[in-house]
Design a binder for this molecule. Structure first.
Ligand code: TRP
Length: 336
């Protein structure tokens, strides 16, 4: 068996929040330190263009996400960390893959279908209103990201599973036509990573506007934690940890012993106000050192840029010769 190659992308929209941290950043950083694992992490800024048209927001988000991963200790010597748009090989490869992608396959993509469904429900005359070709072809760009590095395992959230399966379908069709050139990837979905709920109790997500930014300053962090929805049980009344956002967030950061202590406090009827104070102090302590490093990087983006350039150089060393091979396979060749 050949060695697994792990690859994952982060779309550069929004600012990293504690749900991203617990669900993707923390496990990603742990994996980056494993010398036995080949890992690629990249900032999917071309994907961001399909979702956001504000140039300043895109570039700010790229800086914030890169700074967050670095501040939290991503091992960029072991893992390869780069920005998608620094690799001209990716869009070039995407076009080659586009020629091997059935339009019908793209018609079935959930994100595209959801947008059409919303248009139809909203009794829009045009079902494709607001659908750009970037949104429609999004899975092909993602396939290029994945197949460019012969990734075998793609750690993603559930919502991206279909996209990875599409990359696999596209690769299969390519290989059927041009020979065994591409490596078939599969999604790696960790059933155990926590999905945090947000301020209003729904899943924490930038689309619900209920997030707690990972590096909110102390004042803002406190304010947001105070806003978290609870039920109306009085101090002294026993409380259930089930469905308690405060507890879930605490647990996501705490050791099992610490979590067990809090369970006891719930049973004893801790007041919501006290639990909020306690959660704030705990999360704040946990985040503080990384927050300082994050602020240093945000103030000096050249450090982040240099890291990304280093990563791009390493990534292109792999991508460029492989793309030559792919171009040759499809007949894009020098003459004579
Ligand atoms: N589409 C992914 C998301 O929004 C990000 C992404 C882009 C990605 N390219 C990728 C993830 C390749 C895994 C592999 O979450």
């Amino acid at each position: 068996m050949t060695e697994d190659v792990y690859l994952t992308g982060i779309t550069t929209t929004g600012t990293p929040h504690i749900g991203n941290y617990v669900g993707a950043i923390r496990p990603g950083i742990a994996a980056s330190k494993d010398p036995g694992k080949k890992n690629y992490y990249f900032l999917a800024d071309y994907h961001a263009l399909a979702k956001n048209r504000d140039p300043d927001e895109i570039s700010r988000s790229t800086l914030e996400i890169a700074a967050a991963w670095l501040a939290l200790g991503l091992d960029t010597e072991n893992a390869i960390f780069y920005r998608q748009s620094d690799l001209p090989e990716i869009p070039e490869f995407m076009w080659i893959l586009t020629s091997m992608t059935a339009k019908g396959l793209m018609n079935r993509a959930h994100s595209y279908k959801a947008m059409v469904a919303a248009n139809v429900e909203g009794s829009n005359k045009d079902p494709d209103k607001g659908v750009t070709m970037a949104l429609y072809s999004y899975p092909i760009l993602m396939a290029a990201d994945i197949l460019m590095f012969r990734a075998t395992k793609v750690p993603v959230g559930r919502d991206q599973k279909q996209h990875v399966e599409m990359a696999r379908d596209i690769a299969q069709r390519f290989n059927h036509h041009f020979g065994d050139v591409l490596v078939l990837p599969e999604p790696a979905i960790d059933e155990h990573t926590a999905v945090l709920s947000g301020l209003d109790g729904r899943k924490m997500s930038k689309s619900y506007n209920n997030t707690i930014p990972l590096f909110a300053d102390e004042r803002q962090l406190k304010k947001l934690i105070m806003k978290i929805k609870t039920n109306s049980l009085e101090p002294g009344e026993p409380k259930s940890t089930e469905g308690s956002t405060l507890y879930d967030i605490y647990k996501a950061f705490a050791t099992p012993t610490e979590a067990a202590d809090i369970e006891k406090r719930y049973a004893e009827g801790i007041a919501w106000g006290e639990m909020k104070q306690l959660l704030f102090a705990y999360v704040n302590d946990h985040i503080k050192p990384a927050r300082e490093e994050y602020e240093r990087l945000i103030a000096d983006p050249a450090i982040v840029e240099a890291e990304l350039q280093k990563g791009a150089d390493r990534a292109r060393e792999v991508a460029a010769p492989y793309l030559d091979q792919i171009r040759d396979a499809v007949g894009i060749r020098k003459l004579g």
